[in-house]
Design a protein around this ligand. Structure first.
Ligand code: CU
Length: 137
């Protein structure tokens, strides 16, 4: 009788410990790895995410990025229109298609999300946005 009560108490303690450990695990944010690179580049907003289209994202036509390190280690990203997924807390309020912006984004080839836009600054509308090949290689 005494033994079984002791075992029960032990099991209860183990269960409580597991519960609190599991809870801590669940409330921890996903492991934030440091970005492998951060770039700031000029571009023009082509379109904003459309709330009616899940999965749609901010599309920006960006200038050539000479020092961009691709996944295969080669240098350079030509100008192009591509999605710029927003990091948590980055707002698009006050931005519209056609705006010239300076966009800062992080790249993580070894983890997710690969591209994350961390900052968006509006530039004067007459700011030129270059198009063409990257000259990094
Ligand atoms: Cu690109």
């Amino acid at each position: 009788m005494k033994t079984s009560r002791l075992i029960r108490a032990g099991m209860l303690a183990a269960a409580v410990m597991c519960l609190s450990a599991c809870k801590q695990e669940a409330s921890k944010p996903p492991a934030a790895t440091a970005p492998e690179a951060v770039y700031t580049v000029r571009g023009k907003i082509v379109s904003l995410p459309d709330p009616a289209k899940p999965g749609s994202s901010l599309q920006i036509m960006h200038e050539p990025i000479d020092n961009f390190v691709r996944q295969d280690g080669k240098l350079g990203m030509d100008s192009m229109t591509m999605p710029f997924p927003l990091a948590k807390g980055v707002s698009l309020e006050g931005f519209a298609a056609g705006d010239v912006v300076e966009v800062t984004f992080e790249v993580r080839w070894k983890s997710q999300p690969r591209f994350q836009t961390t900052k968006l600054v509006k530039l004067p509308p007459d700011t030129p946005v270059r198009q063409g090949k990257a000259g990094g290689n």
